[in-house]
Design a protein around this ligand. Sequence first.
Ligand SMILES: NC(=O)c1ccc[n+]([C@@H]2O[C@H](COP(=O)([O-])OP(=O)(O)OC[C@H]3O[C@@H](n4cnc5c(N)ncnc54)[C@H](O)[C@@H]3O)[C@@H](O)[C@H]2O)c1
Ligand SMILES: O=C(O)C(=O)C[C@@H](O)[C@H](O)[C@H](O)COP(=O)(O)O
Ligand SMILES: [Zn+2]
Length: 365
Amino acid sequence: MESLTVDLGARSYPILIGDGLLHDIGRHVAPLLNRPRTMIITDANVAESYLARVGVALGAENISFSSFVLPAGEASKSWDGLARLTQWLISEGIERSDHVIALGGGVIGDLVGFACSIVKRGCSFIQVPTTLLAQVDSSVGGKTAINVAAGKNLIGAFHQPALVVIDPSTLATLPPRELGAGYAEVVKYGLIDDADFFAWCEAHGAALLKGDGDARHTAIAHSVAAKARIVAADERETKDVRALLNLGHSFGHALEAETGYSERLLHGEAVAAGMVLAHEFSAAKGLCPPEDAERVRDHLSSLGLPHSLASAGIDASGAALAAHMAHDKKVRGGKLPLILTRGIGLSFVTEDYGLDAVAEFLDRA
Ligand SMILES: NC(=O)c1ccc[n+]([C@@H]2O[C@H](COP(=O)([O-])OP(=O)(O)OC[C@H]3O[C@@H](n4cnc5c(N)ncnc54)[C@H](O)[C@@H]3O)[C@@H](O)[C@H]2O)c1
Ligand SMILES: O=C(O)C(=O)C[C@@H](O)[C@H](O)[C@H](O)COP(=O)(O)O
Ligand SMILES: [Zn+2]
């Protein structure tokens, strides 16, 4: 088992990574609990494969639990999902000092984290991510939220978990399309500030998606270490450091809003297309060598990921997409800071380009 820490002073927490950790999760959870009881929140797909396993591991430590199973998919990250979950937690007699277990992908992690940030004014939670996306990104860093019609993650809170337990062996049951979507967030770390890691992705991405365990382990460990470093430096995204984790997301969230957060375009797929658009916009403005933008597009398209508006299934106008982007949480003083790039691994934050310029670019993309 590998262990690293998200360094946030009194709110620091460990990330444990190891194949088979789910069988042993009771031992890692027990020291955190004030009473031998917890609540597991998961979705229908994950429940089928992993709820019993986690239950047995908790039972081995004499921890009793109840469970709440939400429908799988982005629609659960909603007012309705939040209302149902918070009512259930209260009906179960949750106490502030309890630790709720979020077992599943980013949808479950984001929803449970937000519910725990508001129930009884805040209780603790433990992230047990079971998708590649959640294992490399969403389980770490404490961004929690639901989606609303106006935009992605617009209602939420920063609420850090108390522990993250990553068992990469759970990826064996993850559908290939979901693996691909998670892989986009892996590539993101290379594009942000680590050209060597992007080259590693070019060399090992295909093997990772085919199930190579070493490649998966390297990608997960490298990604969470990068995320932990960035979150520790700028927990609440106030210093233009954490904002870099939004590379591809201003564009990507607009694509997701355009599809109504439907199965037509998964979050990671929208981020893949969004990262290509961010590189191509940078190239169009003379900031980034066009060959770097082509390299990003080629890598993602070679693995079957969306790499353009058309391949993402979007035919909206630039103005319509820019209108979604106007709701971005990074907007300050009416301006949207964009994450652009000077080349692979050289991303930066700028307010130099307005939504008109973005709309004009998208109309030609
Ligand atoms: N908080 C953050 O920092 C952060 C970062 C990135 C993404 N996100 C959010 O995460 C969400 C996307 O997360 P996701 O891609 O994990 O989607 P998800 O949670 O919807 O999971 C994808 C699908 O895989 C299924 N699944 C999960 N684990 C499985 C397993 N081991 N075997 C078989 N099926 C399994 C789920 O039931 C679901 O159908 C988006 O809402 C996005 O906004 C948040
Ligand atoms: O942790 C972060 O910070 C990120 O930006 C990670 C992103 O992958 C994630 O999708 C996040 O939810 C997007 O941030 P948001 O603030 O735009 O919701
Ligand atoms: Zn993301």
